[in-house]
Ligand binder design. Structure first.
Ligand code: PMP
Length: 431
């Protein structure tokens, strides 16, 4: 049994001065029925908490740690950059380099603007789509999370699913009255929405592989139908690639599905873990952004040199080593094969799903292609599983509705540990 004394004491202090003791709700570990652990350091795929407990990390800072924590090449020139100043408030060369790399990676991406988070990216992209089309309605899908800006905080995923608060207090009805919510992967419904509202829609935003209701990939049919309908009705198609961008492939979901959106949003991954986001798209659309056009969007720290430096390092490394994507997928495939064998052997009522390098263990059997399907997962069972795994030194996302975040720093041994401990935890749960 680990000791969590120091984490406990930090949590008590934190609760006195931070709402719920955390700076992002899922971190409270509330839905998995325990108190949070506080991390002191991270290296490769290992986290060490303030009590000295170590964990194999399957959160990976929710996505950006594709190469594990603090790889040496990332640390190399950091001190040089910091010595040149932390923020200037006027342009710096690194911003140009970063934008060039993004434009180079994504087909159809011609102009891109840096922001500081995924939330800012999606919020700004929607403003641009509305400004460009002169229309107000937006379409999102149930179970997709696009950050916490008001208009998008409707039937979103992640923490809001777990806590059963699909729409936040403090979001006025007037703000979300133009947000339509569709069913993920339902082509027929999509066609009828467009028939009824297509001419009023400014944009459709989606996670091409939903990573905030577990891992639920869009079917090719769904993505292609979206592309066709958006083009037909003059609606801006926005891919939220905050999780999938540079993870599924260097060109993200757009490359994997072979479908070009009109706009794309990025987040944490392109900052290598520093607070970064970006949104961009076709020149014609993005030319409406201030100072070129009338859509205002700004940011004091946008394009911050330290963040750009880390982002560029990350992108350069991914581009120079394309085998990383094969390696990541092989790891996910291995987990899938081993876990499917374990599940089959014991007939556990769970399903292991994988899309490319995004795996997820759902605590249910049967269909898993929409929010309606995943919401019947046994959340209590996941919570017990999470707690058993944590005791065994394996840190999973503290919520059923998140996938495992794999990195190149996960070795065969780490993966085998996951399988071995997961089998024991599931036996404990279901025997
Ligand atoms: N979009 C998606 C798909 C996300 O997963 C997230 C956060 N995980 C966001 C947007 C919001 O990003 P951030 O937390 O950086 O604001």
């Amino acid at each position: 049994m680990h000791s969590y004394e120091k984490s406990k004491s930090l949590y008590d202090r934190a609760k006195a001065v931070i709402p719920g003791g955390v700076n992002s709700p899922v971190r409270a570990f509330k839905s998995v029925g325990r108190e949070p652990i506080f991390i002191e350091s991270a290296k490769d795929s290992t986290l060490t908490d303030v009590d000295g407990n170590t964990y194999i990390d399957f959160i990976g800072s929710w996505g950006p740690m594709i190469l594990g924590h603090t790889p040496p090449f990332m640390q190399e020139d950091f001190n040089k950059v910091i010595k040149r100043g932390i923020s200037y408030g006027v342009p710096s060369p690194l911003e140009v380099e970063m934008a060039e790399k993004l434009v180079d990676a994504y087909k159809g991406l011609e102009l891109v603007r840096m922001v500081n988070s995924g939330t800012e990216a999606t919020m700004s992209a929607i403003r641009v789509a509305r400004g460009y089309t002169g229309r107000t309605k937006i379409l999102k899908f149930e179970g997709c999370y696009h950050g916490h800006s008001d208009a998008l905080l409707v039937k979103s995923g992640s923490g809001t699913l777990t806590y059963g608060v699909p729409t936040s207090l403090g979001v006025p009805e007037s703000t979300v009255k133009d947000t339509l919510v569709g069913t993920y992967n339902d082509v027929q419904e999509l066609e009828s929405i467009f028939k009824a509202e297509g001419d009023l829609l400014s944009c459709v935003i989606l996670e091409p592989v939903a990573g905030n209701m577990g891992v639920v990939p869009a079917s090719e049919e769904f993505i292609k139908a979206l592309r066709t309908l958006c083009s037909k009705y003059g609606v801006v198609l926005i891919f939220d690639e905050v999780i999938t961008g540079f993870r599924l492939a260097y060109g993200g979901a757009s490359e994997v599905y072979g479908v070009e959106p009109d706009m794309v949003c990025f987040g944490k991954i392109i900052g290598g873990g520093l607070p970064v986001g970006a949104y961009g798209g076709k020149r014609e659309i993005m030319s409406i952004v201030s100072p070129l056009g009338g859509v205002y969007q700004a940011g004091t720290l946008s394009g911050n040199p330290l963040a750009m430096h880390c982002g560029i390092k990350m992108l350069d490394h991914l581009k120079a080593n394309p085998q990383i994507y094969i390696e990541l997928e092989d790891k996910a495939k291995y987990l899938e094969k081993e876990m499917k064998m374990v599940i089959e052997k014991h007939q556990f009522p769970v399903t292991f799903v994988r899309y490319r390098s995004m795996p997820c263990l759902f605590f249910k059997t049967g269909a898993l292609s929409s929010y309606e399907d995943v919401k019947s997962c046994d959340i209590e069972a996941y919570a017990a599983f999470f707690r058993s795994m944590l005791e065994e030194g394996i840190l999973l996302p503290p919520a059923q509705f998140e996938g495992l975040f794999l990195s190149t720093a996960h070795t065969q041994w780490h993966l085998d540990q996951y399988v071995e401990k997961a089998e024991a935890a599931l036996i404990k749960l279901y025997s």
